[in-house]
Design a protein around this ligand. Structure first.
Ligand code: SF4
Ligand code: SF4
Length: 228
């Protein structure tokens, strides 16, 4: 496939699937089953409440942390991210080797524990980490080698969407920020990416259950641990 083809084919697959109701025959029972386990309603930015003060953006130049380093920073990839990496010839960044955490660590960090238990963590790959748990796309200059074609989770961070109450907050994991109205445009990009990342999870679950054979044809299934 040529540049952009896997992403375009994946978009077309989703468009085709969502043209008709998901509960149509012969998928009615499957739809009911999925409904009981997952949120299937896609959101738009107007459906979410923004809890972040206007213009608040991350200020990486003065950061004493680096969110591209560390076990807990492993970036889970959506189908859309995998397709983009394949289109850009970055297959080598995709990995199913995920960090593991001691029980005590998980006990102290309920969000991490929830994430580890989730079907997404078990099924989808991450961006490869090196032996020091640095993201393999992190350049020696401290910049992301993939930007601007980077994973959705990186595009939205530190903006996060809380799925239960549909609110977008500024992640407490990001210690360095500015309040700058001029940068409101960048905040808007992260808000959009946070919603997109949330929706991508829903689309992934639906595509995985409805059209796994089509995902295989696109060369995407080999990166997933599916069926579990
Ligand atoms: S933690 Fe926040 S400020 Fe620090 S590198 Fe990451 S995004 Fe930038
Ligand atoms: S893909 Fe880029 S921004 Fe995302 S964790 Fe890796 S180096 Fe950082």
């Amino acid at each position: 496939m040529t540049d952009g083809e896997v992403s375009a084919a994946l978009n077309e697959l989703w468009a085709d699937l969502s043209r008709r109701p998901l509960w149509r025959r012969p998928y009615t029972w499957l739809y009911i089953k999925l409904m009981t386990k997952y949120r299937l309603k896609l959101l738009s930015p107007k459906d979410v409440k923004i809890l972040v003060p206007r213009g608040k953006v991350n200020y990486c130049h003065e950061c004493c942390d680096n969110c591209c380093l560390g076990k807990h920073s492993a970036v889970l990839l959506h189908l859309q991210d995998i397709a983009m990496l394949l289109d850009k010839g970055h297959e080598s960044y995709i990995s199913q080797e995920k960090p593991t955490f001691a029980k005590e660590v998980l006990n102290e960090r309920p969000a991490l524990e929830r994430n580890q238990r989730s079907v997404y963590w078990r099924v989808f790959p991450i961006i490869k980490q090196n032996k020091f748990h640095a993201c393999s796309a992190l350049g020696v200059d401290g910049l992301c080698k993939l930007y601007p074609n980077w994973p959705l989770s990186c595009a939205r961070f530190p903006y996060s969407l809380h799925a239960d109450d549909k609110r977008i907050f500024f992640s407490p994991r990001c210690p360095s920020y500015l309040l700058d109205e001029v940068r409101g445009a960048r905040a808007a990009v992260m808000i959009k990416a946070a919603v997109e990342a949330y929706n991508a999870q829903i689309k992934d679950i639906i595509l995985l259950h409805y059209v796994p054979e089509k995902l295989s044809e696109l060369g995407l299934m080999k990166y997933l641990k599916w069926p579990l």
